[in-house]
Design a binder for this molecule. Structure first.
Ligand SMILES: Cc1ncc(COP(=O)(O)O)c(C=O)c1O
Length: 432
C-alpha cells in the first residue's frame, strides 16, 4: 500500500472466545468430538425459546408492517418509554426515553462507546476482562487496556485499593467499567463494593460504565443495578436481549444514561454517540418492537426464574465437582452463566501434557503450544485430549492463569460428566 492503511490499534483486537474455534474445527476434522464450552450463546447450546415468545415475534412479522421499517435513531419511542417507566419504578436515578439509545446488540454499543471517546481518555476495566470491552478500549487508545484485579480468593470481588491506585496514578482514566453479573467470573458485586467504586468515580470526577446484560440471570446474592448506587455520578448502564430472552441473533442492546445533566463534557460525549447512530440511521427494529411485549408479559418473570434456577443447579454441581481440587480456585458462580477456574500460582509449567491418542492430533497440538501462555497450553491439551473447549483466562487480559467454562449445557448428566472430565484432566496434567 502507498500508505499504511492499518489502524494503529489493530493489534489490540483479539477475541479468544471465537479464535479457539478455528483450532477446534481443525481437530474436529481430524476426528476429535469437540464439545463447545467457549461461546456464551444459550440458543447454540440448546436452550429453546418459549413458544409464547416466538408467537409474539411471529405476530409482529405478520401483522406489524412497521417492524420491517427503520426506527427512530434513538430507538422505537414506545419501547424507550416502556424501559424508562420500568427503570423509574425501581427507584434510583430517574431517566426519560431520551436517555436511552438502542444499538445492534450490546457489542455494537461497546464498540461505538469506545470508538467515540477522546483517544486519550481511558476506561479502567476488570481483569479478567470480557474481550469485547478490553479490545475495543485498547484499540481506541492504541495502548494496552488498563485493568483492576478481581480477586479469586475473595469471591472475585474487585480490589478497591487497586482501582484507587490505578485511577490516582493514571490521569487519563476518565471512567470505570464494571460487568455485573460478571463475564467471565460469574460474580455479582455486593452493594458495598459498588458504592466503593462509585465513591472513587465521584472523588476523581469520572463516569461509570456498567455492563448489565446478565442483570436478569442471578441465582446467588442480589444484583444491584448501577442506577441505584450512582447518587448523582454520571453513568451508563448497558443492557440487551441476547442472554435473558435469549435472543442473541436479534442484535438488540441499549444504553441507559444517568445524570447526563450533571456534567457538560459527559453530555457532549453522549450526544456524540447519538450523532454516530444517526449517521448509521438506526438499530434493528423488530426486536425493539417485541421488547415491551416480551418483557412486559405476565409469563416473563416465571420464564426468567426457571432459567435462573437451571443455572443455580448447575452452579451447585460445579461447586461440588471442583470441591477438594486443591490446585485450583473455583468459586461458585452467582450470576450470568460462566464459571472461571484459576490455577494456583506455580501449578502450571510449560512442559506438562495430557495423553493424545491420535498421532496427527498430537503432532498438530505440539506444533501450536510452544511459547503459549501456560493456561492456553492447558486448554489446548484439554481440547485435543477430551474435545472439551474452554477459554483460557490469558485470552481475557487476566493476571491469573485459568480458564472459563459455561453453565449452558442443558443435559445435566452431560454437564456433570464434562466437569468431571475437566477435573480428571487437571489432575493428570498437573502431575504429568
Ligand atoms: C458481558 C457482555 N457484554 C456484552 C455482550 C455482547 O452482547 P450482544 O449479543 O448484545 O452483542 C456479551 C456477550 O457475550 C457479554 O458477555
Amino acid at each position: 500500500m502507498r500508505t499504511n492503511i492499518v489502524h494503529p490499534g489493530a493489534d489490540e483486537l483479539t477475541y479468544e472466545i471465537r479464535e479457539i474455534v478455528a483450532v477446534g474445527e481443525e481437530l474436529q476434522a481430524l476426528g476429535v468430538p469437540i464439545c463447545w464450552e467457549n461461546v456464551g450463546d444459550p440458543v447454540a447450546k440448546g436452550q429453546v425459546v418459549p413458544e409464547w415468545i416466538k408467537e409474539i415475534v411471529s405476530d409482529l412479522t405478520k401483522n406489524d408492517n412497521s417492524s420491517y421499517g427503520y426506527s427512530p435513531t434513538r430507538g422505537v419511542r414506545a419501547t424507550r418509554e416502556f424501559i424508562a417507566d420500568a427503570r423509574n419504578a425501581e427507584g434510583g436515578e430517574q431517566i426519560t426515553p431520551d436517555d436511552i439509545l438502542f444499538f445492534n446488540g450490546l457489542g455494537d454499543a461497546i464498540q461505538t462507546s469506545f470508538l467515540y471517546l477522546h483517544p486519550r481518555a481511558r476506561i479502567l476495566g476488570p481483569n479478567p476482562a470480557y474481550p469485547t470491552h478490553s479490545s475495543a478500549e485498547a484499540a481506541h487508545a492504541d495502548a494496552p487496556h488498563i485493568t483492576y484485579n478481581l480477586i479469586p480468593e475473595n469471591g472475585w470481588q474487585p480490589d478497591l485499593l487497586d482501582i484507587r491506585n490505578k485511577v490516582h496514578y493514571n490521569p487519563g482514566i476518565s471512567g470505570i467499567l464494571i460487568i455485573n453479573p460478571d463475564n467471565p467470573t460469574g460474580t455479582v458485586y455486593s452493594e458495598e463494593t459498588l458504592r466503593g467504586i462509585v465513591q472513587i468515580a465521584r472523588e476523581y470526577d469520572l463516569f461509570m460504565m456498567s455492563d448489565e446484560i446478565y442483570s436478569q440471570i442471578v441465582y446467588g446474592g442480589e444484583m444491584i443495578p448501577l442506577s441505584k448506587v450512582l447518587d448523582g455520578v454520571p453513568g451508563i448502564a448497558m443492557k440487551g436481549l441476547s442472554k435473558e430472552v435469549p435472543w442473541p441473533g436479534a442484535r438488540c442492546g441499549w444504553i441507559e444514561v444517568y445524570n447526563k445533566d450533571k456534567d457538560p463534557v459527559f453530555a457532549r460525549y453522549i450526544k456524540t454517540l447519538v450523532d454516530a447512530k444517526m449517521l448509521e440511521v438506526c438499530s434493528t427494529t423488530l426486536p425493539q418492537k417485541a421488547l415491551p411485549k416480551i418483557l412486559g408479559d405476565s409469563r416473563y418473570p416465571a420464564h426468567l426464574a426457571s432459567v435462573a434456577e437451571g443455572y443455580r443447579k448447575k452452579s451447585e454441581i460445579f461447586s461440588e465437582v471442583f470441591r477438594g481440587v486443591d490446585v485450583v480456585i473455583a468459586n461458585k458462580p452467582l450470576g450470568a452463566f460462566y464459571a472461571a477456574v484459576v490455577f494456583k500460582d506455580g501449578v502450571l509449567r510449560h512442559d506438562q501434557t495430557l495423553p493424545i491418542a491420535d498421532i496427527r492430533v498430537r503432532t498438530r497440538i505440539e506444533s501450536l503450544v510452544p511459547g503459549m501462555p501456560n493456561d492456553k497450553r492447558f486448554v489446548y491439551y484439554l481440547m485435543a485430549s477430551t474435545g472439551i473447549t474452554v477459554v483460557p483466562l490469558s485470552g481475557m487480559n487476566s493476571h491469573r492463569e485459568g480458564f472459563r467454562l459455561t453453565l449452558l449445557e442443558p443435559d445435566v448428566a452431560k454437564f456433570r460428566h464434562i466437569l468431571e472430565t475437566i477435573v480428571q484432566s487437571i489432575q493428570a496434567y498437573t502431575t504429568s
